[in-house]
Design a protein around this ligand. Structure first.
Ligand SMILES: C[S@@+](CC[C@H](N)C(=O)[O-])C[C@H]1O[C@@H](n2cnc3c(N)ncnc32)[C@H](O)[C@@H]1O
Length: 467
């Protein structure tokens, strides 16, 4: 008798559980407890690549088994009802349920008492919390008594519930930032999602790459872009910035060091950090490579902030902090070794990316390198020739073993979430490797190499040279 698909998945599960337990026993790192609050130690096991891979395979296999065995109408409605889950989570996040549950401890607290604190109707609030408990976000310890899980604890601002209930306007100040990020997505992204189809079918926006044609502009009834909206709406801008800092904090600070073989550059080589913000990545390079000549370019207000930051962080380091719109020609008479574009291309649709990549190409010498640091969205199928068999190092990502989806399925969902979010906010996107290859070529750059970040970072480095 040939083994069934679920038996194959079970074998993968068994094999990977064995590997994970062995790795955790050896490292002394515990396997996470769903009912304990998140803390960095509960994720430490993932630092071991064998344990991290085993965990990914277990999740992918369990999800695939669920897809096979759940009645298909129920599976379909897991997705159809995405808005219900987002709405439920928004209710709980904005009414500070997680902080109230943290104060109650693992034994939980009755919904009437939660509602008393956050001034909600307990008959409504309990239904939202239970819905989320059905997805392990919270836990119903006994009827109508709820506690946190390691998932809900990610929304914890770590502040006293009374303080944030009384002062919602400062809830996210001085917090890790993930609650701010989720609050921003459950508000602006959620509303923009509701008009995606209308955006795709309106002739005025259907084929546009203009940031002002993004769904968020339609949802908020504005004629300009999301950046303009944030310029007028200070509370939303503040929440957005805190959320973005939270995302940055999840990335290893020194990841930029892995993005290129910086030490191969001779002293005095010029590295231009294009759209470099305040120079977060350049600060790391400046510290590690004192002989590199660093130029950070951005728009005027950002460069003002960069000057303050560099004056306090690295007062003695020579650096050029330069106002430069990347859609304009680069200053002439500068021989650039590396143009760095970190998390810039994903902000723009192809037609805009081609414009600034072409400007950089025009300013490049034959040996100039272009380094793009961004997400690379994997295909959901196997793709052994992602580089058209040109043998480009790193072009083909590591794929999950069959019969799993090559991209490890929903356990790897964040890149796809980010891709859709980029569309909702900026009419832009995260790209797959073939798309990046084509985009580079259309602006006069040849893809040479992909450096894939280790340790679960979603940011990879793409090296290109002039055609
Ligand atoms: C997502 S941030 C990335 C910042 C930085 N590279 C990093 O990784 O921290 C994108 C940056 O592009 C800058 N930017 C947007 N439009 C620009 C333009 N036309 N010229 C130069 N910089 C621009 C923004 O001000 C912002 O700092």
């Amino acid at each position: 008798m040939s083994s069934s698909p679920i038996r194959n998945l079970l074998n993968l599960l068994t094999d990977s559980v064995n590997k994970l337990e062995t790795a955790c026993n050896a490292s002394g790192c515990p396997i996470p407890d769903l009912y304990a609050s998140f803390n960095p130690a509960s994720e430490a096991f993932r630092a071991d690549p064998i344990a991290a891979e085993a965990a990914s395979i277990i999740c992918a296999a369990a999800l695939q088994m669920e897809a096979i065995l759940t009645p298909p109408n129920v599976s379909l409605y897991h997705i159809v009802s995405g808005h219900c889950k987002s709405a439920a989570l928004r209710v709980c996040l904005e009414s500070n349920v997680t902080e109230i549950l943290r104060e109650a401890g693992p034994g939980g607290i009755h919904v009437n008492d939660i509602a008393c604190k956050n001034k909600q109707d307990p008959r409504k609030l309990g239904r939202f919390i239970r819905y989320l408990a059905t997805h392990h976000i919270y836990r119903e310890v006994e009827p109508n008594v709820f506690a946190n899980t390691r998932i809900s604890s990610m929304m914890d601002t770590l502040k006293p519930s009374k303080e944030i209930i009384d002062h919602p306007e400062t809830k996210h100040e001085n917090t890790p930032g993930l609650a701010a990020l989720a609050s921003h997505h459950l508000d602006e992204a959620f509303k923009a999602s509701a008009v995606v189809w209308e955006t795709l079918t309106d002739p005025a926006t259907a084929y546009s790459g203009d940031p002002r044609a993004a769904p968020v502009s339609r949802a908020f009834g504005i004629q300009d872009s999301f950046w303009d909206l944030l310029g007028r709406d200070k509370p939303r801008a503040r929440r957005f910035n805190i959320g973005m800092q939270g995302v940055q904090a999840l990335e290893p600070v020194d990841a930029i060091l892995e993005a290129y073989d910086w030490k191969e550059l001779p002293g005095g080589s010029v590295v231009v950090d294009v759209g470099g913000g305040v120079g977060t990545a350049s600060l790391v390079l400046a510290r590690e490579f004192p002989d590199l000549e660093i130029v950070v370019q951005d728009l005027p207000g950002v460069i003002d902030d960069a000057k303050k930051l560099w004056a306090t962080t690295m007062p003695n380091r020579k650096v050029t902090l330069e106002v430069q719109d990347f859609f304009n020609p680069q200053p002439t008479k500068r021989s650039v070794s590396v143009f760095l574009l970190k998390q810039v291309t994903h902000d723009w649709s192809d037609e805009y990316c081609v414009k600034f990549l072409t400007q950089l190409r025009a300013a490049a010498q034959p040996d100039t390198k272009l380094i793009i640091v961004d997400s690379i969205v994997p295909f959901a199928c196997r793709d052994t020739s992602g580089d058209d068999n040109r043998g480009i190092p790193g072009a083909v990502p590591r794929e999950a073993p069959a019969p799993l989806l090559a991209n490890y399925g929903a356990v790897n969902e964040m890149a796809y979430n980010a891709d859709i979010a980029m569309f909702l906010f900026f009419n832009s996107q995260e790209r797959n490797i073939r798309h990046i290859d084509d985009l580079l070529l259309s602006a006069g750059w040849n893809l040479r190499m992909v450096r894939r970040q280790k340790g679960g970072s979603h940011l990879h480095s793409i090296e290109a040279t002039p055609v």
